[in-house]
Every structure is written in C-alpha cells, then in structure tokens.
Ligand binder design. Structure first.
Ligand SMILES: Nc1nc2c(ncn2[C@@H]2O[C@H](COP(=O)(O)OP(=O)(O)O)[C@@H](O)[C@H]2O)c(=O)[nH]1
Ligand SMILES: [Mg+2]
Length: 338
C-alpha cells in the first residue's frame, strides 16, 4: 500500500479498483483527496495518467449572478441527450463547511441530479475569493479518467481571477447579462480577449440588443487591428430555455474546429508543460529551503528592505548565487556517494 509520509493518508488499492470499476463514491473520494491533500497529487496523477482519455474541458465564466450555473445545467442537459457523459466542477465561493453557494448551484442543477451519466462536484475556491481552486485541473483529470467526455468548469466569476479558467479549459464561454455594465469589467480583466464564445444570457431582460451591439463594436475595432479573431456572440435565456440549442450547437462547432486544427492537442501539451515547470520549481524551492534557511532570510530581508527603501535585487543576486552553490555541492556530494 502506498502512503504519504506527511499525512499518513493512504491510497488503498481497493480505492483504485472501485474507481476503475466506475464507483461514483470512489471518484468523489479521489477528488476529496486531491482537494485536501495536495501532497497526494503526484501519486494520484501517476496512476491516472495512462487512463486519461480526451475529455473536452469547457470553462463557463462571467460575473456572479449572470446565470452561469443555469447555463451550465442547460448545456449539460443537451450534452447528455447527445450521449455524452458529463462532469461539472462548480467552484464554490464559500467555505467548504458552509456550502452555501453550492446549495444554490445544486438547486439550479437539480434536474440533472440522479442521472448516472453526470457527476457534479463543488470545489472550494482558492482562499475563498474567487477563480479556480488549485485542485480544479486534477479534479478534471479524475473525471476524464472516470470516463466523462465533456467537463464543464464553472468559475466563481470575479474579475481577474476568471483568467485562471484559461489555464485548465480547452474552450472558454463568457456569460454576460444585459443592463449591468459588466462588459467593461470583463474588458479590463482581459477576459474578452480570452473567451472563445460569448453568451448573453437573460435575453428576456431589456438591454440585450445594446449589449450585443457593444460587443460587436468591440470586436469590429479589434478585427480592424487584426489582433483577435471574432468569436461567436449569442443571446439566450437559460431560464426560459431559449437560444440554448443554438449555443450548444455553436459550442460543438468550436470543439470540432479545435480538434481539427490541432489546437486541442497543443493546449493539452501547453498544460502539461506548465505542470512540469511548476513541479520542478516547487521541488527546487523545497530542496533549497531545506538546505538553507532561505525562507527566514527572505522574511528578514523583506522587513529590512521595506524599512531602508533599498532595491531587493542585491539580495536576490546574493541568494541566487547560493542556489548555484548548493546545486554544485549537491552534485559533488552525489558523485562522491557513487
Ligand atoms: N430573467 C432571467 N433570469 C435568469 C436566467 N438565467 C438564470 N436566471 C436567474 O439568475 C439568477 C442567478 O443564476 P445562476 O445560474 O445561479 O447564476 P451564476 O451565479 O452566474 O451561476 C437565478 O435566480 C436564476 O434563476 C434568464 O435567462 N433570465
Ligand atoms: Mg453559479
């Protein structure tokens, strides 16, 4: 049995057996483990990697209250009808202990609960502020290995943090609603450039046409600058079940294009590169901090620098040269041991 030194938590072989036999309980348990014990991630990823399939990850983002959960539920329902199996990761802005917002999302997704081909899971957002939980990509990988082929990731939707969704989604849908001026906020946060599709939800409310005009105008200007390809802009009313068939069809067209053009594969490769780089950095930092008292020194230096108003770079150069020395020492030490 493999077990983690620091937590004493173990991944029992039975858990994997159950997971690969399709136990939803085992799937939920694995997600709980990656969420609560990041140190178990490498072991879980090792096991999952060869079982990954080619699920498409769809990020649904946008300001709070625009109808992301309602839209996600509507799109998921259509995907189920087409025979897909669907995973939904809803990032919960509240503490995992209160579960308040998730209850709200569950109500919106109620019609889907009980369908064996859908799995809805909430994750606590990072620091409770917004964006994605650090465990989101791992939860998506678990769904992928579990056999889900459409994975919807609904973010909390607060400004800059929405950009996080890009790092783990193949396709990003930005949901907006009329009459709020949120488009300016989204423009500032850079999400407009990053979204693959725009969905104006609540088109039953006034102001839909002028929001559509503003968005088209934004893209007309940018198309002139030839910086951003114009994404599809659609209007829908998830509550009244209008425009969602069109949105779903448009999304499938985008997915098809993504696969045909090779961008899907490229996105997967970039994600993997990012994960490798981040893990190497983390490992190097851990090694360096156990060999030296760098964390304490950095804290003391930051205090001093703030007081003195001096540039941090001489200190950065000093500590960086120690990284080189420690690497040489480690290498010599390993060679001597051979
Ligand atoms: N008028 C109107 N209300 C909607 C529509 N879609 C969702 N809502 C309502 O908007 C509120 C927020 O929806 P929700 O899906 O939770 O938004 P989220 O915070 O972006 O996930 C709920 O009260 C929904 O019933 C719509 O198309 N029209
Ligand atoms: Mg929601």
């Amino acid at each position: 049995m493999n077990s983690d030194r620091r937590t004493g938590h173990s991944l029992k072989p039975e858990l994997w057996d159950q997971f690969f036999k399709g136990s939803r309980l085992a799937c939920a348990r694995l997600i709980t483990l990656v969420e609560n014990f990041p140190e178990l991630v490498p072991e879980i990823r090792d096991k999952l990697f060869s079982h990954r399939r080619s699920a498409i990850r769809i990020g649904v983002t946008g300001p709070p209250g625009v109808g992301k959960s309602t839209v996600t539920a509507a799109l998921a329902r259509r995907a189920l009808k087409k025979g897909h199996s669907v995973g939904v990761i809803a990032v919960d802005p509240s503490s995992p202990f209160t579960g308040g917002a998730f209850l709200g999302d569950r109500v919106r997704m109620q019609s889907l609960i009980g369908d064996p081909h859908i799995f809805i899971r909430s994750l606590a957002s990072r620091d409770g502020h917004g964006g994605l939980s650090p465990s989101t990509p791992y939860a998506a990988d678990i769904f992928d290995a579990f056999g889900m082929d459409r994975i919807y990731i609904e973010t909390v939707g607060v400004g800059q943090a929405e950009l996080d969704v890009l790092t783990c989604a193949d396709l990003v849908i930005l949901v907006l609603q009329p009459g709020t001026g949120d488009v300016i906020q989204a423009l500032k946060a850079g999400i407009i450039e990053a979204a693959d599709m725009f969905l104006i939800n609540k088109s039953d409310l006034p102001g839909t046409e002028s929001l559509l005009d503003s968005l088209r105008f934004i893209f007309e200007i940018s198309a002139r600058q030839k910086t951003i390809p114009r994404p599809p802009i659609l209007a829908a009313s998830a509550l009244h079940n209008k425009g969602l068939d069109e949105a779903s069809a448009e999304m499938e067209r985008l997915i098809h294009g993504l696969i045909q053009s090779g961008r899907f594969q490229k996105k997967k490769r970039l994600r993997l590169e990012g994960e490798i780089k981040a893990s190497i950095l983390q490992n190097l930092w851990e090694q360096f901090s156990t060999l030296t008292n760098a964390p304490e020194e950095i804290q003391a230096a930051a205090d001093d620098l703030l007081k003195s108003g001096q540039s941090p770079y001489p200190f950065i150069r000093k500590i960086s040269s120690r990284i080189k020395m420690e690497t040489v020492n480690e290498k010599t030490c390993c060679e001597n041991r051979r």
